[in-house]
Design a protein around this ligand. Structure first.
Ligand SMILES: [Zn+2]
Length: 47
């Protein structure tokens, strides 16, 4: 069972970062304080 892998390979889901709006692959999103952020935003928030 792979409930998170319903998307065919090559059609990866992009989710907009909740801070800057940059479309980011779901596998690269980082959840910070309940928000899904791209890596640069997550790092800047963490200081
Ligand atoms: Zn961002």
């Amino acid at each position: 069972m792979h409930p998170l892998r319903r998307v065919p390979a090559g059609l990866k889901t992009s989710v907009p970062c909740e801070r800057c709006g940059e479309p980011t692959m779901q596998t690269r999103l980082v959840e910070v304080e309940g928000k899904r952020l791209c890596i640069p935003c997550a790092e800047s928030l963490r200081g």
